[in-house]
Design a protein around this ligand. Structure first.
Ligand code: FA5
Length: 346
């Protein structure tokens, strides 16, 4: 009978010991199975009442059970303590280890220069607007005084988009310049107008050190009474002075664009060769950055602005050529080839 009780007690105790996961639970187990009020101690006390032969056998077994409990208790305690130490070690921080370097991202050089250009013109009272990169042929050419078959369309090697509307064939393209934004703005707002329009443009042309097939332009447009070529010149000279500093030379020359009359081209002396001629400037000593002119009366008429009352100037500058000039970068193709060794320098 006592032996049975001891067997049952042993099996229950081992079962529960197996479920113990920390030192607090182990202490509770100890009190339950080896404490003064535990079943085992009560059985040991009962032994005195048993006949001699039974007492001998049961006493020996009970002592064995007690010893086993104590041994298993010590074993479990050691293993729990070891586990606790290991987990503490895992969680501990070694403050002497060097920290992990956090890599800082930075703005792309084009974005940086666009911000700078926008600030300069905003200071002069220009408002920043945007237009779509996928454009109707009408805005890119027709409204800018370049009807179909106009030879000047060849100046803008075009990426056409195959697209048919329900109304029929209405050609679309990737805009070849930001000038269509001029039309979109003049259609909507009456003069006075003073805007700049930054954005991407696309040309189907072979690339070289100063030509990309995708690049950024910033368009500018001012329309009001009595605007003259002197206003255009003053605005662009002031812009060049603020961006490049007083020392840089700035050249105005006659140029042709069907949407302006007269048309001009603005160039800055080459940063790399100082004007002597090199690969970057095509041996001319100058890098052209802006096309500009007085808005053609025909363009104004199309958007219902009376050219007898109003006049305006417009310009379009190539954005990447500015950091090229400023930092002496000798190839425009570096900008969008995504080499972080290049981009990280800015
Ligand atoms: C134009 O795109 C005209 N829309 C500019 C204009 C606006 C004239 C308003 C008059 C009035 P052009 O094709 O020259 O013009 O381009 C203007 C500028 O963009 C150039 O001066 C040059 O800085 C830059 N550019 C032109 N082609 C490329 C190219 N392939 N890669 C990088 N920059 C270019």
């Amino acid at each position: 009978m006592v032996l049975n009780q001891l067997e049952e007690l042993t099996s229950r105790a081992f079962d529960e010991l197996g479920k113990v996961t920390n030192l607090e639970e182990l202490e509770a187990w100890r009190i339950r199975y080896l404490g003064r009020k535990s079943s085992l101690i009560q059985i040991l006390r009962l032994l005195a009442t048993l006949p001699l032969e039974d007492r001998r056998v049961a006493g020996a077994r009970a002592n064995e059970v007690k010893k086993t409990f104590e041994a298993r208790l010590a074993e479990k305690k050691t293993s729990l303590e070891l586990a606790a130490t290991l987990s503490l070690q895992r969680e501990s921080l070694d403050v002497t280890l060097p920290g992990e370097r956090v890599l800082l991202g930075r703005l792309h050089p084009t974005t940086q220069i666009l911000d700078e250009i926008c600030h300069i013109f905003q200071d002069m009272g220009f408002q920043v607007v945007e237009g779509p990169e996928v454009e109707w042929e009408y805005y890119n050419f027709e409204a800018l005084n370049m009807p179909a078959d106009h030879p000047a369309r060849d100046m803008f090697a075009t990426l056409w988009i195959d697209f048919e509307t329900e109304a029929g064939d209405r050609p679309m393209l990737l805009r070849t310049h930001t000038s269509p934004v001029q039309i979109r703005v003049m259609e909507k707002s009456p003069p006075p107008i003073r805007i700049i329009a930054p954005g991407r443009v696309y040309r189907y042309e072979a690339t070289d050190a100063t030509h990309e097939w995708m690049f950024y332009q910033v368009e500018g447009l001012a329309v009001d009474r009595n605007i003259t070529l002197a206003d255009l010149k003053g605005t662009l000279f002031e812009f060049a002075r603020r961006l490049f500093g007083k020392e840089r030379k700035c050249r105005f020359r006659c140029d042709y664009f069907p949407f302006v009359e007269p048309g001009v081209e603005v160039a800055i002396d080459c940063f790399v060769c100082g004007g002597a001629g090199c690969r970057l400037c095509g041996n001319s000593g100058w890098i052209e950055i802006i096309g500009a002119g007085m808005v053609h009366p025909e363009v104004l008429r199309r958007v219902d602005i009376d050219p007898e009352v109003y006049s305006g100037f417009a310009f379009g500058m190539g954005v990447e050529r500015i950091p090229i000039l400023r930092y002496g970068i000798d190839d425009i193709r570096l900008f969008y080839s995504n080499d972080v060794r290049f981009l990280r320098q800015f």
